[in-house]
Design a protein around this ligand. Structure first.
Ligand code: ATP
Ligand code: MG
Length: 419
């Protein structure tokens, strides 16, 4: 039996990686432009962290977590998302004592045992941000505007921004009563999970994917009608700010999202273009004003979002991939192979990316490799060039070749690459 990667987990090989690098670099540049700093958290956390934050009646905790017992007796879980770890770390390191507002970002793999499909994997990557200490609503608008601008910068133009508010505890309490009154006559039509959810956490019914439950949820009374005055004012200010920033959005009263820790503002960005298929949610986020406190920290309002990188890559337009090398050094005779290695090092010291085939081989076969790699420049070194302190510099795109002084070879290469 041959060994293969675990179902739903993919290798990302070098041919694909330049797209990933481009995406990750664009994300870092964008969020650092708003004052976010990177944090890295362990991939494995105590199981209780996710049960207590994401919520016992959510899909993730009920059926999707990779949980195992450590060699001792500890229950550990591969992280299904990043916010729980961020909050744990924020509390553990008493970050609130150092700064009134904390802005973190992260990029890394997440694990959920879902049914694999296009755009849905068991190991997938998320990039996300968290802001601690700002109650909004202006930061809510800025975060939404930031991520919408980021997605547009990737060339993804067909998107839809959905926003909603589920308010704080008082709103939820009012609403739960109204929701239960609506659901009760439909109890028998709901799936078994939802019947349980009605007793444990009625809001979760609105997030069910079973078709009949979706139909019933569609006619449920909207939570927006039950917002307290404060929650309503927050939501109104958020909308004004989004309008001011010119960020288009659509209010979707049924948006509740699949994690229990959310309060107030919720948002999601859907990709509308082809290529995504059914898994078209590019990102989701919202406020979680009670979470820091619930993990033993001080009362700290917070907001964040997480994006699925695979889905962003699927939605991004194809661009021609660039070569991963700038210069291919060719040794014309076996006698100059060590000299070719030295030339390679000289060139790299000026910042060029250089490869050569130090196994040797014919001039032709070495040039063929340079061509295959889509390298822009070949530098050919033979015994006569070494004697003359020169190299043959060949621009493989322009198909032009001339002799240059070795001292000036790097400078010439940089000029050609700069166009
Ligand atoms: P979905 O409704 O697609 O299951 P979700 O509500 O479970 O998404 P979140 O937990 O909010 O998603 O995660 C944020 C983003 O992470 C999603 O919008 C999506 O882009 C991505 N994501 C979530 N689960 C997966 C997965 N199994 N494979 C790939 N990407 C995923
Ligand atoms: Mg999901």
């Amino acid at each position: 039996m041959s060994l293969r990667a675990v179902k739903g987990m993919k290798d990302i090989l070098p041919d694909e990686i330049s797209k990933w690098h481009r995406l990750e670099r664009a994300f870092r540049d964008r969020v650092e432009g708003y004052g976010f700093r990177e944090a890295r958290f362990p991939i494995v956390e105590p199981t209780a962290l996710f049960v207590r934050t994401i919520g016992e009646t959510t899909d993730i905790v009920e059926k999707e977590m990779y949980t195992f017992t450590d060699r001792g007796d500890k229950s550990l879980t591969l992280r299904p998302e990043g916010t729980a770890s961020a909050v744990r770390a924020y509390v553990q390191h008493s970050v609130q004592g150092r700064e009134p507002v904390t802005k973190w970002y992260y990029i890394g793999p997440m694990y959920r045992r879902e049914r694999p499909a296009k755009g849905r994997y068991r190991q997938f990557y998320q990039a996300g941000i968290e802001v601690f200490g700002d109650p909004g609503p202006y930061i809510d608008a800025e975060v939404i505007d930031m991520v919408v601008g980021f997605i547009a910068s990737l060339g993804i133009t067909e998107v839809e921004v959905l926003v909603n508010s589920i308010g704080g505890a008082a709103t939820r309490q009012n609403y739960t009563a109204a929701l239960l009154a609506y659901l009760e006559p439909h109890r028998d039509e709901l799936c078994a999970d939802c019947q349980r959810r009605m007793d444990a956490n009625p809001l979760r019914v609105l997030d069910c994917k079973v078709p009949r439950c979706v139909e019933i949820a569609a006619d449920a009374p909207p939570i927006l009608k039950h917002l307290t005055d404060d929650d309503r004012a927050h939501f109104d200010r958020l909308q004004e700010a989004l309008t001011k920033l010119g960020t288009p959005y659509r209010i979707v009263g049924s948006l509740v999202r699949g994690l229990d820790y959310y309060t107030g503002t919720l948002f999601e960005v859907l990709g509308k273009g082809e290529g995504l298929g059914a898994q078209n949610a590019l990102l989701g986020g919202g406020r979680y004003d009670q979470l820091v406190k619930s993990l033993g920290g001080p009362d700290t309002p917070a907001i964040g979002f997480a994006m699925g990188l695979e889905r962003l890559l699927m939605a991004m337009p194809e661009v021609e991939s660039e070569s991963h090398v700038d210069v291919f050094v060719v040794a014309a005779q076996p006698t100059v192979r060590a000299e070719a290695a030295l030339l390679g090092r000289e060139l790299r010291e000026t910042g060029l990316r250089v490869e050569s085939d130090l196994r040797g081989g014919s001039l032709k076969s070495q040039l063929r490799r340079a061509d295959k790699m889509n390298t822009r420049i070949a530098m050919i070194l033979g015994e006569s060039e070494v004697a003359a302190g020169a190299v043959q510099l060949k621009d493989l795109r322009a198909q032009k070749q001339h002799t240059v002084f070795r001292k000036e070879a790097a400078k010439r290469a940089h000029e050609i690459l700069a166009g």
